[in-house]
Design a protein around this ligand. Sequence first.
Ligand code: NAD
Length: 498
Amino acid sequence: MAKKVPLFIDGQFVDSETHEWIDVTNPATNTVIAECPVTPDAEIERAIASAKAAQKHWREIAVPERARYLMRYQELLKAHQEAIAQTLAEETGKTFTDAKGEVWRGIEVVEHAMGLPTHLMGETLANVAANIDTTSWRQPLGVCAGITPFNFPAMIPLWMFPLAIGCGNAFVLKPSEQDPLTPMCLAELFAQAEFPAGLLQIVHGRKAQVDALLKHPDIRAVSFVGSPAAGQHIYRTATAQFKRVQCMVGAKNHMVVMPDADKQQVIDHLAGAACGAAGQRCMAISVAVLVGKQTRSWVDELHAAMAKLRPGPATDPAAAYGPLISRRALTRVERIIGEAAREGAKILLDGRGCSVAGFPEGNWLGPTLIDEVTPAMSCYREEIFGPVLAVMHVADLDQAIERVNSNPYGNGTSIFTASGAAARKYRQAIEVGQIGVNLPIPVPLPFFAFTGSKGSFYGDLHAYGKDAVRFYTETKTVIERWFETGTAAGSRPNMTIN
Ligand code: NAD
């Protein structure tokens, strides 16, 4: 029998009393490796009540002491990086190298959170008026919630709860039901770091369980990462309850290739950025915008480079990437490739029908290269989330900028060029939140914020960086005047009010 994924409530791993379970599968074999509970309302209520009680004490714990808990947590995560990566690779299908890299990106956020005593400092100014001083303090909100996607089950929860908790909050996480085992590894180490019980709670499920969090009066702020459809529902529902909300959603990331770019760099990076992690990254490059006539001939070499990449199981060190997360995801991507062919695009490399020896049931898709793509085609309009690269051709940089800016998404983009002037023009004109110059996937390290924009983000304050500290705190401003007893100034009534 597949193991049952527990809940993490009040510092304990507890079995849900639900009668509804969701299969968690290994995407390379489609065997069921665990069952994830659809958490009943009463258990969600218990998690929130425990978080609320724990936060009351936690907010009074000295800020450097809170940072010391995070230091212990960071040490444990580092010590168990490989073990977490093993679980992650099994339930997501990622290659082991990729899985380890993901855990590391999460650890970096915890390292950043260890510096919270500095980031939490407010501002002061003496003598804003005669004898009057002003101080602003950053104070925790209370209980915050996070809803996370399947594609980074370690990194994205770690974008959220270490910073929220370090800021003095408690946190209720509802991870993806497709890979809930990795977040439970994070919870085990959280418990080992001996954080006070109740600061981190994990409940499982789908939309109904998310809705229970969104509508609960004790949840003050909601962080979401996932698809636009879910993000729109979450943003609307939670803001209607007057909660603070940040939603990091879908993407369509373009790489603009100027004719003066280093051809080999372009080809290597395009192939890797499109197919790495099976294209299931919100910062994957899914569109190459080739500028000018001479770059047309580069498509043949791109084709050759992509054809060399082959998917495989996490245990195969030669595999470039793993399977798609589910049969459903595979069918969807295959449908989009079929539509591209019918709509007149050229399928130069077709990954459909891919097989991997020894893993006949896996959700495999070979690298796919689609040329002559136009904006009206579904392979351009939809976020594909597979190892699929669409190629478009434009005459000059102005047309490339126009192409990228007319796309509704704004998560990431990059330009490859030898010209500083072209790079500068691009970064000034482009309406995308994260821009790489001669590097394909510009994900900021955690001391900067993750600044996707336009249709890729709903909210004001982004994930991690200084934004996260603002998101997970309330600013309280104190304006003070002290009287020296017995002075004339102390007894004079103030007749001005402003
Ligand atoms: P998803 O929206 O299906 O699921 C994400 C989470 O939301 C899960 O926990 C799921 O249970 C929950 N959920 C699903 N439907 C819901 C609904 N209707 N109401 C409330 N909750 C709901 O996303 P996914 O397939 O797990 O992840 C892939 C998506 O995430 C892609 O669109 C990708 O671009 C996006 N993503 C964005 C970023 C970013 O930073 N912008 C990062 C990673 C992934």
